[in-house]
Design a protein around this ligand. Sequence first.
Ligand code: FE2
Ligand code: FE2
Length: 279
Amino acid sequence: MEELRIILEGERLEDKLLDFEINSTQALKQQPTHSVLLPGRNSKISFSESQIKFPKSGSLNQESQRAKALHFFANHELLALEIFANFYLKFLAPLPGKRKLKMHVLQTIKEEQRHLSLYIERMRQMGIDFGDYPLNDFFWRQFEKVKTIDTFFAAMSLTFESANLDFAFHYSNIFRSMGDTKSSEILDIVLKDELRHVKVGVNYLDEIRGGQTLWDFYSSKLPQNISPSRGKGQIYKKNLRSLAGLDDHFIGMQSKYKSDFQVLNRKTKKTNEETFHQL
Ligand SMILES: [Fe+2]
Ligand SMILES: [Fe+2]
């Protein structure tokens, strides 16, 4: 998939948003594995060491703060589509068959592109552009130690995208309560797509977990640097997990999960992304 390489390695925003067709014959063609250490980024969207704080909920009545929040969400979308493109080229492209899974992942990449575009369009209406605030590589770094397909889905779909169900629901409500229906509607679109993204991971892990519960299998696959507590937002929405196909046992275990990570982190310096994940 030449387009995926452009999305991953191209440096401009247009490269990241490159439209591509999902073609099952092409998807079934085996290709040599390919991956990059870092995605291509020009100076406007390059990774930055500078840290900015996610706006406090109380400040979201100001349009500038809502725009800044959207900038955080857009950063996550860009990272998601790059991580998925890298995953596809590295792990899925070399495999024979797996047509359904490949198609699902390609569809997911298109949807992450759509989310990014929607956020950028909305930010521009609010007077800022993507890249006006520093962009971090937090999520990219979380996937450096991911070595298998099952680990990838445990980390991506059942953890980060699972948390995003809570975040999208939460911020959609806040934005709507501030009278910002346009932003709220974008978050609703993201939420709807994210339910499917989580489901792709659930279906994959369900197929291979054998006699183990999904929770036990998931916990055994999750890379050590990623805590299951990252799979939750500020308010844990059980019904959204059910809609995403997670079973009641998994939901029960995830909802009550409290890790050493959370306890330890109260005493140590948190990065902004860590703060964001504990809002
Ligand atoms: Fe997304
Ligand atoms: Fe997603």
